[in-house]
Design a protein around this ligand. Structure first.
Ligand SMILES: [Zn+2]
Length: 112
């Protein structure tokens, strides 16, 4: 499904599905932040208030958890969002006509 760390392949290796429909934009980053950074903020604030550690404790504990948590979840979230867009035939609300027109034009351009 992926041609790089986060770049989607043009087509599926197994079934040849064209991934041109997939527009995940910043969705994976949003979900990665929500599942990692949002809960981590509460932990960091709790640790700070309860133990009052020096600032470098957060640099060596919170920052690696934040970076690794976000980086490790980006790819699964991107795959999940691309799959969800395919399963749900997702297009931006109100742009179904425009989407159909643009895709028809792309296919017409490919023929010659
Ligand atoms: Zn496939």
């Amino acid at each position: 499904m992926f041609a790089g760390w986060l770049k989607l392949a043009k087509t599926c290796d197994h079934c040849g599905l064209d991934f041109g429909y997939a527009q995940t934009d910043d969705g994976p980053a949003f979900f990665a932040l929500c599942i990692t950074a949002f809960p981590l903020v509460f932990v960091v604030v709790y640790v700070q208030v309860k133990f009052d550690p020096p600032w470098w404790v957060h640099v060596f504990t919170s920052m690696p958890i934040l970076v690794l948590g976000c980086v490790a979840t980006l790819r699964p979230f991107k795959g999940w969002l691309a799959a969800s867009q395919y399963v749900n035939h997702a297009v931006e609300a109100g742009t179904e006509g425009l989407w159909a027109e643009l895709n028809a034009r792309e296919k017409a351009d490919e023929k010659p």
